[in-house]
Design a protein around this ligand. Structure first.
Ligand code: ATP
Ligand code: MG
Length: 325
């Protein structure tokens, strides 16, 4: 049997180049070799306040982004997390073997609760347990994600081992999958923080729906380092990040981009980079705008039909092991 991959994105905020390069781009390649399941994780999104109308719209938008990026529903299963209730059921059971200090250590929880002190809800705290359930429910071998989610995959591994040790072999131990150059696309306005949907300034990210003028403006305004050369080095994190974006979209190596701009200045590099992004997103948006909502709803319904039997089988095994009758 082929190995399985599972991953998901929250329908919260606008999807950006970091989500595409760090996650979706890898999914598109991996779906050729793996039995692939891609989820729109709406139950994770509600750990931050969402407008219900907007959440509905964003859920379909994220699925459309998967399709426009090249996820093929004939090869991969695409579905909405809340359509398969076993995710929350397994999350509850896993909660009972999760230690509070393990969750208190999570960087995402610390970051998100300090950003939003008024709404430190229990869902945000338990987020990694639900994510562990998402992954473990499907006997996932590989989880393609950005670096920020490595800690959560580690928790999934710990819970899988703990459950197996206590109740007998039930879960596959998942492995994370990251690509070095794309695992952490940094904010354009601050190269010390990851590009993020929930960033307060739109100059932090390039959204997948940005128009050419917005892209050119954002790249022009992107922070650069104090040096004057286009060098791919940790000492110049801002330029390093821009070179990574260029290389990933151009299917080149960062060193090749560095070499091509060795004798050139920041301005020329940025102008060219903006055009590489404009071209890529132009094509992407054409495909996106061509997909109609009804087609997406159908694909998501079919996806849930495919995911449900797998989830039901696993949760039955779990309940049996735990002693629920
Ligand atoms: P939020 O700020 O609301 O958490 P997000 O941008 O982190 O949004 P998620 O839905 O949490 O998006 O994550 C979706 C996927 O995108 C995950 O695999 C995550 O690791 C990846 N990802 C998010 N931001 C980046 C980034 N800057 N670079 C690389 N990968 C990223
Ligand atoms: Mg995130």
């Amino acid at each position: 049997m082929s190995q399985r991959i599972f991953s998901g994105i929250q329908p919260s905020g606008v999807l950006h180049l970091g989500n595409y390069l760090g996650a979706i781009k890898n999914w598109v390649a991996l779906q050729e070799k793996y039995d692939s399941i891609f989820c729109v994780v709406d139950l994770h999104a509600i750990t931050a306040p969402q407008n219900p109308e907007e959440l509905r719209r964003k859920t379909l938008e994220v699925a459309k982004i998967y399709l426009a990026a090249g996820i093929n529903p004939e090869k991969s299963t695409i579905f909405v997390q809340s359509h398969v209730p076993e995710h929350t059921e397994l999350a509850w059971i896993l909660n009972t073997i999760t230690k509070i200090p393990e969750l208190e250590r999570m960087t995402q929880f610390k970051d998100k609760s300090s950003e939003n002190k008024q709404n430190i809800n229990a869902g945000l705290f338990n987020y990694p347990v639900l994510m562990a359930a998402d992954i473990l429910l499907y006997d996932t071998n590989l989880v393609p994600i950005g670096e920020d989610q490595l800690q959560h995959v580690e928790i999934a591994r710990i819970l899988a081992r703990r459950f197996n040790n206590t109740f007998g072999k039930t879960f596959v131990i998942p492995e994370p999958f990251v690509v070095k150059e794309s695992m952490r696309i940094m904010g354009l306005d601050d190269p010390t923080k990851k590009m993020s949907k929930s960033a307060s300034s739109e100059y932090n990210y390039i959204s997948l729906t940005d128009n050419p003028d917005a892209i050119r403006e954002k790249i022009k305004r992107a922070v650069t380092d104090s040096g004057r050369h286009i060098k791919y080095s940790d000492e110049q994190p801002a330029i390093k990040n821009l070179i990574n974006i260029y290389a990933l979209l151009d299917n080149a190596k960062p060193k090749e981009i560095e070499e091509a701009y060795r004798k050139k200045g920041y301005a020329e590099f940025k102008t060219d980079l903006a055009e590489v992004i404009v071209d890529f997103l132009g094509d992407f948006q054409l495909r996106y705008n061509d997909i109609d909502d009804k087609e997406v709803v159908n694909i998501l319904n079919q996806g849930a039909e495919k995911a449900r039997p797998l989830a039901e089988k696993k949760i039955e095994e779990v309940k049996e092991k735990v002693g629920l009758i």
